[in-house]
Ligand binder design. Structure first.
Ligand code: HEC
Ligand code: HEC
Length: 290
């Protein structure tokens, strides 16, 4: 083994290896660690100069590039909030009839309405609001309680025959069960209502007798012409829409046993804004589906 010695020209130690008289200097490889740290240092200095960095007494150094992430995030949050607040506030307080003409609001209503209606209303009224037996068609039928958007919003808020202090109260009396009318009178009325749909022809005498019965017993709620009254919530009996069925036996059943549908009140379960949104949604369905 050769001896390590100091090279007389460079002053470096040799490794002690020797090949044909050529000795190898023991020169350390360049220290990569320093190169590595140096690069990081340079990058860090560059970064602190260009980007927001050092804290100061009255804030922080903003950086030469003026980039501000906080500002960017804050701004986009504010914009989202504004957009939302813009329509929620208008939806919460604006005039409903005017809102129903506002395409921006109605775009939100059409987007949000189906899920809200599906979750809360479709179980009874059907997804298309077309009704089920015992649950009225609110997409097409004339509204028993009034069909302008404010009235519809109020109906949704307080419900019908619901446990709400301001609920709408409507009751179809049980004329047969409570012995206000005899079986024949009920049949005569049922025949008369069927005849109004053009499905059964009555003699003029039968019609006249039934009209008298109707005027005496039914007109106070359903109106002289049987076209319904929003004051009592009694439906139009001359059109094609029936909550409980328009065939003779269903009509007879309605007159004999009475009817008292219950529409839940939604105040407290849905927010006022959601209730208003649903009123606009229902009205939009009515407009869109003639
Ligand atoms: C538990 C069943 C049920 C649910 C759920 C329900 N409704 Fe009703 N709704 C009824 C019944 C029953 C009536 C009719 C009551 C009557 O005829 O006395 C009615 C009536 C209405 C009316 C009045 C119709 C008219 O002719 O004036 C509107 C409007 C209405 N519902 C909207 C809604 C909306 C919106 C929702 C969802 C938030 C909803 N309903 C959820 C059962 C329900
Ligand atoms: C006190 C008011 C009142 C009187 C009086 C009254 N009705 Fe009604 N009637 C109603 C209301 C309210 C309804 C809706 C009930 C519901 O939807 O739950 C109704 C519903 C009906 C229905 C069912 C309609 C449907 O869509 O299925 C028929 C049929 C009917 N009435 C016939 C009569 C006849 C016939 C008389 C007279 C003998 C009469 N009513 C008297 C209030 C009244």
């Amino acid at each position: 083994m050769a001896l390590k010695e100091r090279d007389e020209f460079s002053g470096q130690m040799t490794t002690g290896h020797e090949w044909n008289g050529i000795k190898e200097l023991n020169t350390p490889v360049p220290k990569l660690l320093w190169a590595f740290l140096g690069t990081m240092g340079l990058f860090a200095i560059g970064w602190t100069v260009l980007m927001p960095s050092w804290p100061g007494v009255s804030g922080y150094f903003r950086g030469l590039l003026g980039s501000d992430q906080h500002q960017a995030v804050r701004q986009s949050l504010q914009e989202a909030e504004l957009a939302k607040a813009g329509w929620t506030e208008r939806l919460a307080t604006g005039d409903l009839a005017a809102l129903s003409q506002d395409e921006d609001i109605m775009a939100v209503v059409r987007q949000t309405g189906p899920a809200l209606f599906g979750d809360n209303c479709a179980g009874c009224h059907g997804y298309d609001a077309g009704g089920n037996s015992g649950y009225p068609n609110i997409a097409h039928a004339p509204m028993m309680w009034g069909g302008d958007v404010d009235t519809v919003a109020e109906t949704i808020r307080v419900g019908i025959n619901a446990p709400h202090p301001e609920t709408r109260y409507g009751q179809m009396l049980a004329f047969g069960r409570d012995q206000m009318l005899g079986s024949e009178e009920i049949s005569a009325l049922a025949d008369y209502l069927v005849s109004l749909q053009g499905e059964k022809a009555l003699t003029p005498e039968e019609t006249a007798a039934a009209q008298t019965l109707f005027a005496d017993n039914c007109a106070a709620c359903h109106g002289e012409d049987a076209a319904g009254m929003v004051e009592t919530g009694a439906p139009n009996l001359t059109d094609a829409f029936w909550t409980y069925g328009g065939d003779r036996s269903s009509i007879r059943h309605s007159i004999y046993n009475g009817r008292q549908g219950t529409m839940p009140s939604w105040e407290g379960r849905l927010s006022p804004t959601q209730i208003r949104l649903l009123a606009l949604y229902v009205m939009d369905l009515r407009g869109a589906t003639p």
